[in-house]
Every structure is written in C-alpha cells, then in structure tokens.
Design a protein around this ligand. Structure first.
Ligand code: BEZ
Length: 266
C-alpha cells in the first residue's frame, strides 16, 4: 500500500504519472502469464546488451512512421534514448535539450531517435508541449513502445517488473542511452535513474571520443575534450606510435600521450 507521502509524490508527477498507473494495474491483473502472450515477464531474463554486440533489430511505430531499426540507422551513427512515459518532468527537459542539439548530432553523422512507453497520439501531444516549453522544434522520431517490447529487447526495464512501477506507483526506469556505430555495433550504454536528468554534453563528448578513437587508433583520458591530448593504447608499441604520430610523450611505459597529429606518410 502506498503511503500518503508517496501518493503525494505520485500526484506531483501530474496527469502523465496517473496515466501510467492504470496501465500497470491492468497488466498486473491479467491472469495469462505475460510471457505466453509474447510479453516479457519478471521471471524471464531480459536480453543483455553488451558493448560490441550488434544492436538488436526491431520494427516499430514512430512519430515519423513505421521503421525497421537497422534500415533507419543505415550507414550512420545513431543514438537511441528512452523514457518510461510521456509528460514526465525530467524527460521533458531532456527531450527539449536533445532537440536543440540537432545540428551537433548531425555534424557528427549521428541519427537521433527517442523511445517512450506510450502510444503515438500521446507522443504527438507531448512533442507539442516539449516544443512549447523548451522553445524548440523536436525533429527526430520517437518510438511508440507502449507494450515495452523494445525496452525489454534493449534491457531497459528495471529489476522490479515489466510494468516498471515501484511500490510508490512511479515508473523508475527505461532511461537508457545507446550509441550505435554504422556497423550497428553498440558502442555506449548508459542507464539513468528517474531522478537525474541526462547530460547532453557528456553524450556528445563520448561520441567525439569514439569517432576520434576509430579514426586515429587512440583512446581518450579522463574528462577529455576535443583538442586535448589522447592516449596511445597498450596494443601499440612506443616505436610504432613514434612512427605514426608527430609526438609521443611517455609518462610510464604503459601511459603514453600524443596530440594525435599524424606524421605524413613517407
Ligand atoms: C521524469 O521526471 O522524467 C520521471 C518521473 C518519474 C518516472 C520516470 C521519469
């Protein structure tokens, strides 16, 4: 039974949160095991998404029409970020911020796609609100994942159950970020709690690091930003690094920095 304090928290989430609850209740009250109906259950293992694995393909309805996820990615990078429900406050600020960064993602060749566990009608109304609140024009598709099939496939559902409703009646999950490369490999996963808004600068920073690493065969140190020195990875010997880069600074045999400026090919 929810305490009055938790009911107050729930009420403070507004109409969206209230609309989560009946859906969850109806899922819970069904007598047929969810697994047999094609939904995942708390007893079934959620697939695990590991770095380097191929991003699972799926078809879905989105605010831009039906998609096949791999065809959507095509030969680009992609970022998939998810939300447990429309009209949730933290998520609203996040989507507004991502929408404003369209040009930054485009510059890096990254296609953006959101997901929220509600239907298309609700998404369309939420997007209007996001645009109004954040003074932006959200232009990427948002997947309608009301049955949480994609959320399950991508290991976004929290430890509690498929419905994602905790004892206070609040959805506390489906807040993941995936960066996928043009070979459809998962290169980054991040999972955020409901209480903490994501950091768009960090997402762009990781994409910069991954793309720099792929291009130059380097890794990047703590708090790295574009233009900072990079690291010669352990798989490259110092003599080989010296042949490849204009400068190599050895702090320890296992820690070598370089500006990343390549030598001209002889
Ligand atoms: C949010 O503020 O975005 C949020 C609230 C409750 C559950 C999940 C997300």
């Amino acid at each position: 039974m929810a305490s009055s304090a938790s009911r107050a928290v729930f009420r403070s989430l507004g109409p969206a949160a209230w609309s989560i609850r009946p859906a969850a209740a109806s899922l819970k009250s069904r007598s047929t095991p969810l697994l047999r109906r094609g939904f995942a259950t708390p007893t079934a293992e959620q697939p695990r998404i590991r770095l380097g694995s191929i991003a699972p393909n799926f078809t879905a309805k989105t605010t831009h029409g039906d998609i096949n996820f791999h065809s959507f990615i095509d030969n680009s990078w992609a970022i998939l970020f998810s939300h447990p429900a429309d009209f949730t406050p933290v998520c609203t600020t996040e989507l507004g911020a991502f929408a404003k960064l369209k040009d930054e993602f485009e510059k890096r060749g990254v296609k953006m796609i959101g997901l929220s566990a509600n239907d298309l009608q609700s998404h369309d109304r939420w997007i209007e609100d996001i645009n109004d609140i954040s003074k932006t024009k959200l232009q990427f598709p948002i997947i309608a994942d009301a049955d949480r099939k994609v959320a399950w496939l991508y290991d976004m559902v929290d430890a509690q159950d498929l419905t994602n409703i905790d004892e206070k009646g609040i959805a506390f999950t489906i807040r993941s970020v995936f960066v996928i490369d043009p070979a459809k490999k998962v290169r980054l996963t991040m999972m955020y709690p409901a209480s903490t808004g994501r950091n768009t600068s960090e997402v762009l920073r990781v994409i910069d690091s991954l793309q720099t690493g792929d291009k130059k065969g380097v890794t990047t140190p703590i708090d790295w930003q574009v233009g900072d020195d990079v690291i010669v990875p352990p798989t490259v010997s110092t003599p080989d690094a010296q042949k490849k880069f204009q400068d190599v600074r050895e702090i320890r045999p296992y820690l070598r920095f370089t500006s990343g400026e390549m030598k001209a090919l002889a």
